[in-house]
Design a protein around this ligand. Sequence first.
Ligand SMILES: NC(=O)c1ccc[n+]([C@@H]2O[C@H](COP(=O)([O-])OP(=O)(O)OC[C@H]3O[C@@H](n4cnc5c(N)ncnc54)[C@H](O)[C@@H]3O)[C@@H](O)[C@H]2O)c1
Length: 237
Amino acid sequence: MRLNDKVALITGGGSGIGRAMAHTFADEGAKVVIAELDEASGQKVADEIGDNAAYVHCDTSSEEDVQASLAMAEKRFGGLNVVVNNAGVSQKDWDTTIAVNLSGVYYGCKYGAEKLAASGGGSVINLSSILGLVGIGAEDAYVAAKHGVVGLTKNFAIAFGQRGVRINCINPGWIETPMTATIREMEVMNTQVMTQTPMGRYGKPEEIAKAALFLASDDSSYMTGASLVVDGGWTAR
Ligand SMILES: NC(=O)c1ccc[n+]([C@@H]2O[C@H](COP(=O)([O-])OP(=O)(O)OC[C@H]3O[C@@H](n4cnc5c(N)ncnc54)[C@H](O)[C@@H]3O)[C@@H](O)[C@H]2O)c1
């Protein structure tokens, strides 16, 4: 059990990658708090896991919601060791995308890292994207926000380097979740993704969850400020 006695808060844990991380962390001994906008899916994932999970309503674009969720997680399970800033949206307008995908991660880093430092240290994991490393000539807000997440990760890693908190990000490629459902349904787009990915397939949410498990655990004890690319080789081209 790699996360025994650890408490993890996962934003957007009601679906896709967040849901897979909640299950993977719980399977490894963690207690998980699912901080999710959609109450039905967030509560459902907490119910699937059972006593070692709890749901808290959270809109990560709200500074107050993020602070309240972190406080709730700490209170509910008597501590906090891991914060995963995973909630994200795609194909939305500029303001919404920046509010959730960039400001939300900023609040999670700012208040999450501070809380972890105050209680002896921990790990913050931010969900960026391969679109945080390269552009695609579309989805301006998404690409800008995900590049911003890489920058925030580096900045917070430097600021908290000597306070026991490691801050890293994951840059997933194309993953089979509700977020990519429309792309997978459009033949031209789907073929493009498959042919541009050297491994010739989408990733599974569990394959990102395993990378998050590594960053959450002591196995990554000398890593901070890093971008961990998990993309089937997409950015190798
Ligand atoms: N799926 C991919 O191919 C892919 C690739 C790269 C990066 N990512 C990133 O990984 C993360 C998870 O994506 P996913 O594919 O699991 O998406 P998803 O749509 O399956 O899940 C996202 C979850 O976030 C929640 N959410 C949305 N806005 C929220 C808010 N304001 N506050 C709290 N929760 C909110 C949603 O309700 C949903 O449960 C996102 O940050 C996404 O940008 C996904």
